[in-house]
Design a protein around this ligand. Structure first.
Ligand code: ZN
Length: 268
């Protein structure tokens, strides 16, 4: 039961109609067609690739290097953030290659596609996790904490070469404040990433590039990178499969710590 002061649980949601988006993967550079279909109550969000169904669940996570991987699918977090930002809990995403299209590097094209497909409420409440005591996870200078809070909010701090420290306090309005924030990267690291088979599809069209004097292409927000980190966090935490009622405080966190928190929350 929910305490009387907690918000009443949201209904489960899906989309009304199927739609598709096409583009290249950020790391693979390969073309991918992503087809989004409505899913029934309690199905959750799941990917379909190569005839296999892969639930968007923290137990499917197989990697957290430069993106969150689920059973061989890579960089799933932007799609998941868009779905979570709209409160969608049941959705099929079938992919023609293992990495979804990066599109403009943000969650906005997915969010617009999902909204245009029509969001429909389903006749069952979405489960929620209520944080009742703090959880704290540390890894060197990075940390992620979640505290009891009667809603959902995030405080994020990052520090990177050339752009310094950025902070953002997220209290809502995912569509305007978070969804448009793009993937970012340091130009200094690009060659190294490419040698590791990563960032092969990266370009000024899908990433905010950071050089020694700051941004190399126009940012959408002065603090776009930290907003993108909030986007990634929301996508990663959605792998818990429920709404989270708590305040997240993240310092230099990334996919590894985000997923560790998702694991702890799922095992609560
Ligand atoms: Zn990202």
């Amino acid at each position: 039961m929910f305490p009387s002061n907690a918000p009443s649980p949201d209904k489960q949601k899906t989309i009304a109609r199927e739609f598709a988006l096409q583009g290249i993967g950020l790391h693979s550079g390969e073309a991918c067609l992503a087809r989004f279909r409505p899913a029934d109550i309690d199905c959750g969000i799941f990917f379909v690739f190569d005839g296999k169904k892969i639930p968007a669940n923290v137990s499917s996570v197989t990697g957290t290097k430069r993106g969150t991987s689920l059973s061989g699918l890579h960089v799933v977090e932007h799609i998941l953030a868009a779905a979570c930002g709209l409160g969608i809990s049941n959705l099929e995403i079938s992919l023609s290659s293992p990495e979804p299209p990066i599109l403009d590097g943000s969650a906005l094209p997915f969010l617009i596609g999902l909204k245009n497909a029509g969001i429909v409420e389903q006749d069952k409440a979405r489960p929620a996790i209520l944080i009742t005591k703090p959880i704290s996870i540390k890894d060197g200078g990075a940390s992620i904490n979640v505290l009891p809070y009667n809603g959902f909010k995030v405080n994020f701090m990052i520090e990177f070469p050339y752009i310094g420290r950025q902070e953002y306090a997220y209290t809502g309005d995912f569509e305007a404040q978070i969804a448009p924030a793009r993937t970012f990267g340091l130009m200094d690291e690009l060659d190294q990433l490419k040698k590791q088979g990563l960032a092969r599809g990266a370009s000024f069209e899908n990433s905010l590039a950071i050089g020694q004097n700051g941004y190399l292409n126009p940012p959408r927000f002065p603090n776009e990178p930290v907003r993108h980190k909030v986007l990634d966090l929301i996508g990663d935490l959605s792998l818990v499969g429920c709404s989270i009622l708590g305040e997240v405080i993240a310092i230099k966190s990334g996919h590894k710590l985000n997923i560790e928190l998702a694991r702890r929350l799922q095992n609560k």
